[in-house]
Write a protein that binds this ligand. Structure first.
Ligand code: G
Ligand code: G
Ligand code: MN
Length: 521
């Protein structure tokens, strides 16, 4: 990624870090609000249904009780007494009685109530139940009642009690109705006719109808259903109530995230200037990891590894800064510094061991930089070493575009410096592009060495890599060898050199010097 796009990306990331948690908080608040509004409406509908079912139980219970003994005359003193005790114990029943035609003949209120004309039923339900709605009784003033009759008996109830449930606000509408005929029996508030349609034959449920939260319940014992509804303004209130909690949490999450992204972006953006300061302050040094000959374990060379120790003691690994250095062109100065540092160490190394080989890592852009061969030629001259004392390591990626790499490559060749393909097998280069170059070494990547002796899928790759190396006439160096069995396996395949913790970790030049003297031969 280029510097500019990193900055844009980090602004986007910060914006996202702020917007995402808050949006999430609002969504959560809405979900919660909706849930609690539906819960509330469902509770009202269920409450009304329970009451309605009790009323139905008491009504049908009365019919069964009064008609139980066919021997007793319906309006006998004994039966009227029975009616009285029955009503007394039934909360929703006002009166029960006996009917003839549309006349109430007698009732629990006494014989004197006989001869009250109730009028024809408003509707007769499929079950044979006659329903008279809003009936006035002479002694009850303005109050209206519902009259149910079947088989010559009548139950007079106050159905308003069914929908008289405790509610949290004055604008709740509740209706108890007969689903089979869509007949409302008792209601508070206003009910839209289409709600009956939507709630019929569906058990329990809820929906939002433009500006109302609606819940419905239906009885599985009676032809009875209830609907409760209230305006969605309450939903908004619930959402706002939840949002008061969720949004601050969202803000908190947002600021944490934004801070983290900002810090990350800052180190990314400021890394180039920190690298420049590190170059000025000489914070870079080198370590050397021995490369051994597998036939006798002799230390024949070393890979030069760059280390950056910051003022606070923190060691920065090349992975963290090489790519940024490449993007910003700072790699040129870093490579120049590496060569400068090698120049200082090389003299003593070669004096003790003239055949010793130093491998210097070059990045892909070093291989496109026309100054690189010059830098290396000067190194060869100033160390009074031969060109074969130096190897440059470049990844497969560096050779991916033969046209770009070839000029620097040719000059290095001409100077007699040898070239290794680093991390072989992990890049994307095609073999045909590698074939265009005449190279010297192939470094088998540690990921393949790790699979030796395991049954990982990539475990069978090494023999193929060895084939490729042999066909391209390349000397092999295995990287990251940690165990004797790995060493034996590689030696068996004809791999000539290796590098790894089995022989030595990266170390300072003094330690390298000292241990070279005592290395096994
Ligand atoms: O040992 P270390 O973890 O530092 O190696 C990590 C990677 O960094 C290796 O792939 C190595 O090739 C790369 N590297 C180490 N030193 C240098 C250097 O001086 N220049 C470049 N371009 N890459 C290096
Ligand atoms: O340039 P290259 O990609 O080969 O870098 C080698 C890296 O591998 C360095 O970071 C070095 O410290 C690391 N390394 C070298 N030998 C071993 C080893 O035997 N085991 C492990 N775990 N790492 C190693
Ligand atoms: Mn390397």
């Amino acid at each position: 990624m280029k510097r500019g796009s990193i900055t844009v990306a980090s602004y986007l990331a910060i914006a996202l870090a702020i917007v995402a948690p808050i949006t999430l908080a609002i969504l959560v608040a809405y979900e919660r609000g909706l849930e609690s509004a539906f819960d509330r409406a469902a509770r009202y509908a269920q409450d009304a249904l329970t009451r309605s079912e009790t009323i139905a139980d008491q009504t049908f219970g009365a019919f069964a009780e009064l008609g139980a003994d066919k021997q007793i005359a319906p309006c006998s003193e004994a039966n009227i007494q029975k009616m009285r005790t029955f009503v007394l114990a039934r909360r929703y029943l006002k009166t029960v009685g006996s009917m003839a035609g549309n006349w109430l003949v007698c009732s629990s209120l006494g014989e004197d109530m006989g001869g009250l004309y109730l009028g024809p039923p408003d509707i007769v339900l499929p079950t044979g139940l006659q329903v008279r709605k809003d009936v006035r009784l002479p002694f009850a003033g303005e109050e209206t009642f519902q009259v149910f009759a079947r088989g010559g008996f009548v139950a007079i109830v106050d159905l308003e009690q069914a929908v008289d449930v405790t509610v949290a606000s004055g604008d709740v509408s509740i209706v108890a109705f007969v689903p089979s005929v869509g007949l409302p029996m008792a209601a508070v508030g206003s009910i839209r006719p289409e709600w009956f349609e939507r709630s019929r034959d569906q058990g329990n449920g809820f929906f939002i109808d433009s500006d109302h939260v609606v819940a419905f319940s239906s009885s599985d014992r009676f032809d009875l259903g209830t609907i409760a509804a209230f305006p969605t303004v309450h939903l908004r209130d619930e959402v706002i109530a939840t949002a008061w909690l969720a949004i601050p949490l969202g803000f908190f999450g947002a600021s944490l995230l934004a801070y983290a992204v900002f810090q990350l972006a800052k180190t990314q953006v400021s890394l180039p200037s920190v690298i420049k300061a590190a170059l000025r302050n000489k914070e870079f040094h080198l370590e050397y990891q021995p490369i051994v000959d597998l036939s006798d374990r002799k230390w024949v060379g070393a890979e030069v590894l760059l280390r950056w120790q910051r003022a606070d003691g923190e060691i920065m690994r090349p992975e963290t800064f090489i790519s940024v250095a490449e993007e910003t062109g700072l790699i040129r100065r870093i490579t120049a510094r590496v060569i400068e540092l090698v120049e200082k160490d090389a003299g003593t190394l070669f004096a003790a061991n003239p055949e010793f080989r130093l491998s210097i890592n070059l990045s892909a852009s070093d291989l496109q930089d026309e100054c690189t061969p010059g830098l290396l030629s000067r190194l060869v001259k100033s160390t009074k070493a031969g060109p074969s004392n130096f190897v440059v390591e470049a990844t497969e990626r560096s050779f991916a575009d033969p046209d770009i790499a070839s000029k620097v490559y040719r000059e290095l060749r001409e100077a007699g410096i040898r070239i290794a393909i680093d991390d072989f097998g992990t890049g994307y280069s095609s073999l045909s592009s590698l074939e265009k170059f005449d190279l010297d070494f192939l470094k088998i990547d540690k990921t393949f060495i790790d699979t030796i002796g395991t049954d990982a899928a990539t475990g069978h790759v090494i023999p193929h890599i060895v084939e490729i190396a042999k066909s391209l006439n390349l000397i092999m160096i295995a990287e990251g060898v940690e165990t004797e069995p790995q060493l034996e396996f590689l030696r068996g395949l004809g791999v000539q050199y290796a590098q790894g913790w089995l022989f030595g970790k990266p170390m300072g030049v003094d330690e390298l010097q000292r241990r070279m003297g005592v290395a096994p031969s």
